[in-house]
Ligand binder design. Structure first.
Ligand SMILES: C[S@@+](CC[C@H](N)C(=O)[O-])C[C@H]1O[C@@H](n2cnc3c(N)ncnc32)[C@H](O)[C@@H]1O
Length: 265
């Protein structure tokens, strides 16, 4: 169960113990480069303002839509009739994190990306906007939400996003076999322990020699904390970076000494 108190209680020790985000004393080349060229890249990329304009439109959209409730979903809204702007303000990754996703793709150049939890397509747009034009396979259960995401992709001119509708438990196996090998995945839906571990295992089976998995809300609940701990301990995991609101997992046989980092962001 989500518990705001749980989140606050976890945030304080994270804040006090995390590395300062400057990279001093970090001996992992991957993490050093990540901090220097991705985390701290302050450049204003042209796609930022275009996608944030779309977010702004969603945040003022008063349309009422009928929404199926999937998984742990949103912690704020409980009814099935929802206003677009309310979903936009409670479900979409804030720009700080969404733009970090963009920079991770821009820097690491993954060709094939999976996203679980499209919502209105803001994070999908950031993932797809990188120069290398990756194929982004994104999955969304609520059809009324998916319809708005599709329209947004069209308006943004992003033809490299492939949206699949339906419950992840039904759609993920087919999407993974269509996509083949996965170089980056963003898991941002159904934040519960067992489903998260199940998605992790499925993604693992489609990983390459250097796959990056990004899990949202790893400290959101006791169940998500447990899932994150299990993922960290998995033998296939080479390195993890805890940024509190997201957790980054690197699967790479080239890193032979497992390490966990907590970095302030
Ligand atoms: C947090 S939102 C995604 C936000 C989006 N990634 C962004 O930052 O722009 C999570 C989405 O996942 C969908 N979802 C949750 N559980 C699901 C499931 N089991 N199957 C399909 N969709 C699901 C919800 O309908 C919701 O739209």
């Amino acid at each position: 169960m989500f518990n705001r108190f749980h989140l606050v209680k976890k945030y304080l020790p994270y804040y006090l113990t995390a590395s300062n985000g400057k990279g001093h004393g970090v001996h992992s080349p991957f993490v050093f480069n990540f901090i220097r060229y991705v985390l701290n890249d302050k450049k204003a990329y042209p796609c930022y303002s275009i996608i944030e304009e779309k977010r702004k439109e969603l945040l003022s959209n008063e349309t009422v839509i009928e929404v199926e409730d999937f998984g742990a979903g949103s912690s704020v809204i409980k009814t099935n009739k929802r206003i677009v702007k309310d979903i936009a303000s409670s479900s979409l990754k804030p720009k700080k994190y969404a733009q970090l996703l963009f920079r991770m793709v821009q820097y690491n150049k993954p060709k094939t990306i999976i996203e679980l939890g499209t919502s209105f397509g803001i994070s999908s747009a950031y993932l797809a906007a990188a120069d290398n034009g990756p194929d982004v396979y994104t999955c969304e259960g609520a059809s009324s939400i998916a319809a708005i995401a599709k329209q947004n992709f069209e308006e943004l001119g992003l033809k490299n996003i492939h949206l699949t509708e339906g419950d992840f438990s039904h759609t993920l196996p087919a999407v993974l076999s269509q996509a083949g090998k996965i170089e980056l995945a963003f898991i941002d839906g159904n934040h519960r322990k067992e489903p998260t571990l199940n998605y992790f295992q499925q993604l693992l089976n489609h990983s390459t020699g250097s796959t990056i998995l990004i899990f949202d809300d790893i400290h959101w609940s006791a169940g998500m904390e447990e899932a994150w701990e299990e993922i960290k301990q998995h033998p296939a995991v080479s390195l993890t970076i805890d940024l509190f609101f997201i957790g980054i997992v690197i699967l790479s046989p080239d890193i032979n000494h497992k390490q966990h980092f907590t970095i302030r962001f």
